[in-house]
Design a protein around this ligand. Structure first.
Ligand code: FPP
Length: 228
C-alpha cells in the first residue's frame, strides 16, 4: 500500500455523535480527543511523517462560550499532558493558526509543548487552532511583505505559511462526518491533495477507517496537471 507522507484531517461529527447519544456536544469533543490520540499512534505505526488536524477554526468562536471553552480546554489539556506520550512515541507537536484571540495561558501551553517536543523525530503533528485558510494566506502574504520578499512567488508564499517548509503539502485530506466541503482548511496547501470524505463521525473513526482512506489514496493517480 502506498503510504501518504502527510495526511490532513477535518475531524467533523463530534456534536452529532454526542446528540445521538442524548449527551452534550462537549462529550463528543472529549471522545474526539481520545480518537485523535489513537489515530496519531496508528499513523505513526504506519510510518506517516506528518499529520495535520483541524481542531478549532476561527469560525468556531461563534459557538456558545461553553462549547468554545470546552474545546479549547480539551486541546490545552492535551498540550499540557502530551509530552509524556510524545516522548514514548517520538511525536513532535506544533500548533498552527492565529495566536491573537487565544488567551495567554493557552499560548503558554502551546509554546511549552512545541519546545518540549522539538527534538523528537517521530510523527510530526500539527494541530490547527484558531485557524482559517484565508486568514493564513493573508497572514503569510503580510509576513512575506514585511520581510521584503516581494514580488511574492508561490515558493515565497509557501515558505511563510504556518507550516512553511516544516512539512510537504498534504497528500491526502480526510473529512469525517459526511459533509463534502473544505470549510476554510489549508486552502493554500491542498492544491493537489487527494480528497477523501467519509460518513463516519469522528468519535467513531478507527484505525481501520484510516487504513480504508489510505487504500483509497493508494489507488489514485496523481498527475499534478500533467498527462499520463
Ligand atoms: C467538529 O465537529 C469538531 C470540532 C469543532 C472540534 C474538534 C476537536 C477535537 C476532536 C478535539 C481535538 C483535540 C486535540 C488535542 C487535537 P462538530 O462539533 O462541528 O460536529 P457536528 O458537525 O456533528 O456538529
Amino acid at each position: 500500500m502506498k503510504i501518504p507522507e502527510h495526511i490532513a484531517i477535518i475531524m467533523d461529527g463530534n456534536g452529532r455523535w454526542a446528540l445521538e447519544r442524548k449527551m452534550k456536544r462537549t462529550y463528543g469533543h472529549i471522545k474526539g480527543e481520545e480518537v485523535f490520540r489513537n489515530i496519531c499512534i496508528h499513523a505513526h505505526d504506519l510510518g506517516i511523517g506528518y499529520l495535520t488536524v483541524y481542531a478549532f477554526s476561527t469560525e468556531n468562536f461563534k459557538r456558545s462560550p461553553q462549547e468554545v471553552n470546552a474545546i479549547l480546554g480539551i486541546i490545552k489539556k492535551y498540550l499540557d499532558n502530551c509530552c509524556e506520550m510524545a516522548r514514548e512515541n517520538g511525536f513532535r507537536i506544533r500548533v498552527t493558526g492565529k495566536r491573537e484571540g487565544l488567551d495567554d495561558s493557552f499560548a503558554a501551553s502551546v509554546e511549552a509543548a512545541e519546545k518540549k517536543t522539538e527534538n523528537n523525530k517521530g510523527l510530526n503533528i500539527f494541530i490547527a487552532v484558531n485557524y482559517g485558510g484565508r486568514d493564513e494566506i493573508i497572514r503569510s502574504v503580510n509576513k512575506a511583505v514585511s520581510a521584503g520578499r516581494t514580488p511574492i512567488t508561490e515558493d515565497v508564499l509557501s515558505s511563510f505559511t504556518d507550516i512553511g517548509s516544516s512539512a510537504p503539502p498534504p497528500d491526502l485530506l480526510i473529512r469525517t462526518g459526511g459533509e463534502k466541503r473544505l470549510s476554510n482548511f489549508m486552502l493554500w496547501d491542498i492544491a493537489y491533495t487527494e480528497l477523501y470524505f467519509t460518513d463516519v463521525l469522528w468519535p467513531d473513526f478507527k484505525a481501520e477507517d484510516l487504513d480504508e482512506a489510505i487504500r483509497y489514496y493508494s489507488h489514485r493517480e496523481r498527475r499534478y496537471g500533467n498527462t499520463l
